[in-house]
Design a protein around this ligand. Structure first.
Ligand code: GAL
Length: 480
């Protein structure tokens, strides 16, 4: 790894990301209602080791300490999500005590000099709304708009940056098409209405947030380059269809007002002229576009009798016209994900080329799971592979900027080790280690590395007059 830190342009915003369900815990407390993830995790066999997130990392009670870990790294932004069932236990009537928590969190962030960037929806749908059809029901989009209004009314005086939805693609594919995530519907391609209704919810939320004074509004979409395994035209076709379904179905409507193909357009379950009206709303210009990136994918047309299981985090059912193959020659994280920083440069350039109207981009998630050891006797957690991963990906962002992509920020997934959905707690993505038994937080080497990277950046013209970031002292794990 080069010794000089990766450098980004002046004013570039460094941040950390989390989501409510993965960190808060406090299930059922202060009026919180159940979400689809509570239902999912309660079913045997859904989550590794049968783990759940009733306590998660207890951020609900430890948020003050947690904000300190974020602020003392010098992070400019903190991306977190609001729990819809905490704010609206049944998806409708507001629970003021739920909003009180986010009030306190936002105040604490602002006091610490960190900009709050909340996401409205990071997959934890109130169970009552799922019972009424979930994202397969168009009414859920309107319910989300009412939720957006309720939180903006309460927080909009202090929160100016909003993300509407997180990874509509993964939520649709894993939760509605397959059964690997909540609500585990297993609808296959018939899940596409769930995609359309989330996109509609995004469009309605943008309107609602702006009506309450939002200064900057965006969405966080997962993106990864998809390449064909070989030169066979059948592989090229398979890769293009896979990319349509996983990438472009969720970005084309937002960034160019249409679905990537007639096939997908007609599978959304919404007829004209309503579909055209929806797309108009969904494509309202954004202030920024969030890209979550982890790894690229290689696809081929299925070969008869070949076993494709275990290549991706989830298996694609047989009978579909595309199959994933391992990314050749790539090192892997402990979660088994291919480490290919250049693919992040690639997707940032591809987005710039595909969308003439692309707003400034923020990398709203990027990071890696390694099964870090517990803190040693001196309280140190050495995680050199995470540092190498993050260093490589920040340089990949710098390469994209040098090639003309307008990227304004980068958020590490994640600030803390947390509940990694169906994989439970084995997969540690945090800059801060969390002990499973005691929930004690320990800054990993990567935390100190990130702090030093942020401190090494050129001064931001617009931050010149701002107060100095909080002073910190090196800890036991501080790299020299
Ligand atoms: C994203 C998701 C996050 C986190 C991350 C690491 O897909 O938005 O919640 O789990 O992946 O797997």
């Amino acid at each position: 790894m080069p010794s000089s830190p990766p450098l980004l342009p002046p004013g570039f915003r460094f941040g950390m990301a989390t989501s409510a369900y993965q960190i808060e815990g406090a299930a059922g407390l202060d009026g919180k209602g159940p979400s689809i993830w509570d239902t999912f995790t309660a079913r045997p066999g859904t989550v590794r080791h049968g783990e759940d997130a009733r306590t998660a990392i207890d951020h609900y009670h430890r948020y003050e300490e947690d904000v300190t870990h974020i602020a003392e790294a010098g992070a400019h932004d903190y991306r977190f999500s609001l729990s819809w069932p905490r704010v609206m236990p049944e998806g409708g009537a507001v629970n003021p005590r739920g909003l009180d928590f986010y009030d306190r969190l936002v105040d604490r962030l602002l006091e610490a000099g960190v900009r709050p960037v909340p996401t409205l929806y990071h997959w934890d749908l109130p169970q009552a709304l799922e019972d009424a059809g979930g994202w397969m029901n168009r009414a859920t989009a309107h319910a989300l708009a009412r939720y957006a209004t309720a939180v903006a009314e309460r927080l909009g005086d202090r929160v100016h940056d909003w993300i509407t939805m997180n990874e509509m693609s993964v939520h649709t594919l894993y939760g509605y098409a397959l059964t690997d995530h909540a609500p585990a519907r297993g609808l296959g391609l018939a899940a596409l209405p769930a995609a359309h209704h989330q996109l509609l919810a995004h469009g309605l939320a943008v309107q609602a947030l702006r009506a309450h004074g939002a200064a900057r509004t965006g969405v966080a979409n997962q993106h990864f380059p998809v390449s064909p395994a070989g030169g066979d035209p059948a592989d090229t076709e398979a890769a293009a269809l896979f990319s349509d379904l996983t990438n472009w179905t969720f970005s084309d409507p937002v960034l160019r007002g249409d679905y990537p193909s007639e096939l997908i357009r007609s599978a959304t379950g919404t007829a004209e002229p309503r579909l055209a009206e929806d797309l108009e709303l969904i494509s309202a210009p954004l202030d920024f576009y969030g890209v979550n990136y982890y790894e690229p994918t290689v696809i081929e047309a299925p070969r008869e009798g070949k076993d494709y299981r275990g290549v991706m985090e989830v298996d694609i059912p047989e009978g579909l016209p595309f199959s994933p193959v391992p990314v050749a020659g790539a090192e892997r994280t402990d979660f088994g994900w291919a480490i290919v920083p250049s693919a992040l440069t690639g997707i940032l350039r591809e987005l710039r080329d595909r969308y003439p109207a692309l707003p400034p981009v923020v990398v709203t998630e990027n990071g890696a799971s390694f099964h870090d050891a517990a803190p040693d006797a001196r309280g140190r957690v050495a995680d050199p592979r995470r540092i190498a991963y993050l260093d490589g990906h920040l340089r990949a962002v710098a390469d994209a900027v040098a090639a003309g992509a307008d990227v304004r920020g980068y958020y590490v997934w994640s600030a803390f080790d947390n509940f990694e959905w169906a994989a439970g707690y084995d997969e540690r993505f945090g800059l801060v280690h969390v002990d499973r038994a005691t929930l004690r937080r320990t800054r990993k080497d990567s935390w100190y590395w990130y702090r030093d990277v942020i401190a090494a950046q050129p001064p931001a013209p617009d931050r010149a007059a701002a107060p100095d970031p909080p002073q910190t002292t090196g800890g036991p794990g501080a790299p020299s």
